[in-house]
Write a protein that binds this ligand. Structure first.
Ligand code: C5P
Length: 217
């Protein structure tokens, strides 16, 4: 009694989108608000964990007791996570851009007679897969998120295997989840699937933090 369940445990959380520059004034982005990831960082800290939150560009206050590292691109996020290892648990909530431009222009691209520019894209590093395969530096518990609009549990199971993580939190983004305040999720672990009711993102975070505390013993 007295000690918080995650006291002495280190947690890494990624949250928000990434921005991938096209030129000095333009970028590729997505609609992630960062709310669910920030809520998870807050919930883990509330349970006593030492939390590092690596955040893409979002407009959210830093949760109490959380160490925040702000990044812009996927590669910066990967570097910040690598620098923050080792940890007991990693929760990768960020909506990392799958692709970046092969060569961001160093000067603003101009409209011209040549018509619109062709953007060559290259794949970004997969931070979740990298952390899952980090050998001796791999956190004991690695958790990924999966935003799906259909066949949610099937896709999440495929993702669990592909990424090499321990749990997938699958959320149904067919409705108004992105930027919204509630989430309907399915927790996929080695022992099966749990369907959670639609809950405010803060409650999803608290429930997940409790499950993490159980798993880390
Ligand atoms: O492959 P997909 O983007 O659907 O996988 C989502 C999960 O993988 C999330 O946990 C996300 O944070 C993580 N991810 C990552 N690095 C990427 C792409 C996704 O960590 N480049």
């Amino acid at each position: 009694p007295g000690a918080k369940p995650l006291a002495g445990k280190r947690a890494l959380v990624t949250a928000g989108p990434t921005h991938e520059p096209i030129d000095p004034v333009r970028y590729i982005a997505n609609r992630s608000s960062g709310k669910q990831g920030f809520a998870i960082a807050a919930a883990l800290a509330a349970q006593g964990a030492d939390v590092t939150l690596v955040a893409g560009p979002v407009n959210l206050p830093t949760p109490a007791g959380v160490k925040r590292v702000d990044v812009e691109t996927a590669r910066e996020m990967a570097g910040a996570i690598d620098a923050a290892l080792p940890a007991d648990v990693a929760v990768m909530v960020a909506a990392v851009a799958d692709w970046r431009t092969a060569d961001a222009a160093t000067a603003k691209m101009k409209k011209g007679a040549g018509g619109p520019p062709a953007l060559a894209l290259v794949e970004n590093p997969d931070i979740l897969a990298t952390v899952s395969a980090a050998g001796a530096r791999r956190p004991k518990l690695v958790i990924g998120f999966a935003a799906e609009t259909d066949s949610i549990v099937d896709h999440a199971n495929t993702k669990l295997a592909k990424k090499g993580c321990d749990w997938i939190v699958a959320n149904d983004v067919s409705g108004e989840v992105m930027g919204g305040d509630a989430n309907r999720i399915h927790l996929i672990t080695a022992s099966g699937v749990e369907d959670w009711p639609e809950l405010p993102k803060g409650e999803v975070a608290a429930k997940l933090a409790a499950r993490i505390a159980e798993a880390l013993g």
